[in-house]
Every structure is written in C-alpha cells, then in structure tokens.
Design a binder for this molecule. Structure first.
Ligand code: ATR
Length: 291
C-alpha cells in the first residue's frame, strides 16, 4: 500500500505488473495538483473478498480503483451496488466505496464510444442509405462492451465474427433480449464469413488480440471495404496496427486503440478524486512513452 495524505486508489489484478493505469492516473493527479496516489496491487483471486472487506471497513485506505484480469466478474459479484452497464456486461472494471458499501461500474463501453466520438465525431451519424452496420471481430469481454455500446448508438446490424463461432453465438444470445428491444440484429459468423459483409459496413472494429506485438497477425481482407467505413482497433501496441495501416492507406478514417484506454479511465478518476479529467495530447504522449 502506498501512503499519501490525500485520497488513494489502486488497480487490482493478478498479475498486475503491466498495467498502464498507474501511469495514466498519476499524470492526472499531478496535472490537477491533487494530493493522492494511484497504486497497483497484486491480489490473488482467493484474496479478493478480504481485500474488498478491508476497503469497506476502512482497514485499507483506498477509496476505490480499477479491476482487471482476472477480477472483473468477481468484483461485480462482490458489489453491494452495480450500475446498469456493469450488470448488462456481467463484469466491472471500476469500483469505489461509499458509506461502507462497494459500488461498481464498467467504463469500457464509455471508453470505446468516447474514443470514436473524439477521433471521428460523425462515426455514428444516421445513414441516408439505411441501417447502421458494424462488423465486430472477436467475441470476448472487450467485444461484449463494444457490441453493447454499438446498440446504444443505434446500430441495427452487427456482424459478430470470431474464430470460435460458438463463442460469437453465446455473445449474441447474451444480448438477445436487448437486441430485440433495440431492433438490432446480431449475426454470429466466422472471421472468413464476415469478409463478405464488409461492403455494407459503416464500422469495422477489431476486438481480438490479433495484430498485437508478439501475437499472430489478423487475417481479414479489406479488399471490398467502402471508403466511408470507419476502422478502429482496440490493440494499441503497435499504436497503428496493420489493420489500421491498410485502412488508412486505402483512404479510410481510422481510430487507434490507445484512446479507449484513456477514455475509460475518466469516470473512475472523477469518482475517486472529484475532478473530471480531460483526455489530452499531453496525457496520450505520457502514456505512449511507456508502451
Ligand atoms: P478480451 O476480454 O480482451 O476480449 P478474451 O475474452 O480472451 O479477451 O477474448 C479474446 C478474443 O480474441 C476472442 O475473440 C478470441 O477468439 P476465440 O474466442 O476464438 O478464442 C480472439 N483471439 C485470440 N487469439 C486469437 C487467434 N490466434 N486467432 C483468432 N482469434 C483470436
């Protein structure tokens, strides 16, 4: 535990060494002149309930923080109050203690949408040609947050493509009621099958780890991509993935994944430290220096 005379927050994970959150929140603490600290705590899964109890009874002086792998589902299960997004996604990445109760939220959807709003402000504008269509590659936790976000922004057709098609079906099933209520069709496919829908796509999102340094390449042909399709990737190492590079070379508008990390951090910081922080180039450069 890192002591400060102000408020303290921390990211919990297992392992936690590679988290970028301390650098990110540390920048804001300094920028806004807030006395406090943001630490990283390695918490084994079986130690999580005791850790949360210590926050609730004040034994540990953290007012809240972020949760990452493998704690996102468990933190939600331990919560006294969960916000709508955390409940819908079945996972939480942000927590805080208020009057001895554990509150949780999930800000991944907010981060994804905020990043696109900043990068391509009209990315979700109504289409004269008809319904808004997105192709989402991947069907893991990040995909879940993104598919939900797309439904909230009026996308009515979501091609959900995954190596393991069964997992894409499971995610579509998870959202079946919500999709129906939003008049949205979520269509599970393999990665290869999804290429056939590219000519209709207003948005293409990679939510898989493919294309990341040290991982396999993403194999997805952009041959039939319309010039109007916005392309984004949640991978941010490298900052410009091969997918983004190819799309940019083709003339498409692209948004890199670093902004999602930065934007998802905004609501938590405000909750813990009382200041709504701004995502700026200075913050971006500060985090970039350590990627
Ligand atoms: P996250 O919570 O970050 O989304 P995840 O739940 O582990 O992480 O999901 C990772 C995603 O990347 C999945 O869609 C996964 O596909 P599978 O469901 O088939 O595993 C995808 N992925 C990871 N490695 C892959 C690879 N080598 N080829 C294709 N897809 C891959």
């Amino acid at each position: 535990m890192v002591e400060s005379t102000g408020k303290n927050a921390c990211v919990i994970g297992y392992p936690i060494k590679h988290s970028r959150s301390p650098r990110l929140h540390g920048f804001w603490l300094q920028h806004y002149g807030i006395e406090g600290c943001y630490a990283a705590e390695s918490i084994a899964p079986d130690a999580l309930p005791t850790f949360m109890d210590s926050l609730k009874n004040g034994t540990l002086q953290y007012c809240g923080g972020n949760a990452t792998i493998p704690h996102k589902e468990a933190v939600l299960a331990l919560a006294d109050h969960a916000d709508e997004t955390a409940k819908v996604l079945g996972a939480a990445n942000t927590y805080w203690v208020e009057d001895g109760a554990l509150h949780v939220s999930n800000t991944d959807t907010y981060g994804f949408l905020g990043n696109l709003d900043e990068g391509v402000p009209d990315w979700d504008a109504p289409k004269k040609s008809g319904i808004k269509t997105a192709i989402v590659l991947g069907a893991g936790g990040a995909s879940r947050a993104i598919v939900y976000g797309l439904m909230t922004r009026g996308f009515k057709s979501i091609i959900l493509a995954n190596r393991t098609v069964k997992r894409a079906h499971a995610l579509a099933d998870h959202f079946s009621e919500l999709a129906l209520a939003n008049d949205c069709k979520i269509m599970p496919h393999s990665l290869l099958q999804a290429e056939a829908y590219l000519s209709q796509a207003d948005l293409l999102v990679n939510t898989t780890s493919l294309g990341m340094v040290g991982q396999d390449d993403l194999v997805f042909s952009l041959k039939s991509i319309p010039i109007t399709t916005v392309v984004t990737d949640i991978v941010y190492t490298p900052l410009e993935t091969d997918l983004l590079k190819e799309a940019r070379a083709n003339g498409n508008r692209t948004v890199d994944g670093l902004g999602m990390l930065l934007h998802q951090a905004v609501p938590g910081f405000e909750k813990w430290f009382g200041v709504r922080p701004e995502v700026t180039d200075a913050l971006r450069n500060h985090v970039l220096q350590d990627l």
